[in-house]
Design a binder for this molecule. Sequence first.
Ligand SMILES: C[S@@+](CC[C@H](N)C(=O)[O-])C[C@H]1O[C@@H](n2cnc3c(N)ncnc32)[C@H](O)[C@@H]1O
Length: 221
Amino acid sequence: MTEQRPGPTEWFPHPVGVGPWEQEFPNTPRPDDQHYDQQLLDEGDRRNVVDAYRYWTQAAIIADIDTRRHPLHIAIENFENDSNIGTVVRTANAFAVDTVHIVGRKRWNRRGAMVTDRYQHLMHHRTVSEVLTFARENNLTVVAVDNTPGSVPIETAELPERCLLLFGQEGPGVTEEAQRGATMTVSIAQFGSTRSINAGVAAGIAMHAWVRTHADLGRAW
Ligand SMILES: C[S@@+](CC[C@H](N)C(=O)[O-])C[C@H]1O[C@@H](n2cnc3c(N)ncnc32)[C@H](O)[C@@H]1O
């Protein structure tokens, strides 16, 4: 297994998962397929992964998700060090998003990702213009997500299939440059007193709106 510093789900013994192979499957020969990680077979697998990936190497898991990633990309602006990026990455992983794009500062707080970032393609762009160029070159329609004037309700909007959803940060929200570069801006309907919801929550709602329209639900776990 690749040497990596323990992440939040590995700081304490994890209650889910499986023990060593011989203990779990006493009369079954060890699998010798390359998918399997000898150290996990020896010691057990308590990682935050679905049961279908138990004892698999990290590389094998990434390769398997790569065969069925969605044409959905997520970008989040990080000019002021947003603490929601970990949540966004974890949700993107759950929905087999192609790539999460961090725009602005490269550093972000990985804690909320709960080690899911190991299985998620991530890309850094220094500027909004760079991520817009990436979208154009990869035939992705950019949809900004914010509740700013002129935005259209996500509840009734049709999100494009090849789509890059772009989120802003606490405080400033999506930059003007990003909104100008986007084909449209969509908003999530609110009914209470707060001006906005948490960016990580907004990203989850928007990703799920895409899933409801475009994902093959028969392939969900
Ligand atoms: C906490 S908001 C801050 C900006 C917000 N426009 C304001 O005026 O307070 C941070 C980000 O979360 C997302 N967001 C929060 N609430 C939203 C909503 N109701 N609709 C769409 N996006 C939202 C957007 O991407 C936004 O840029």
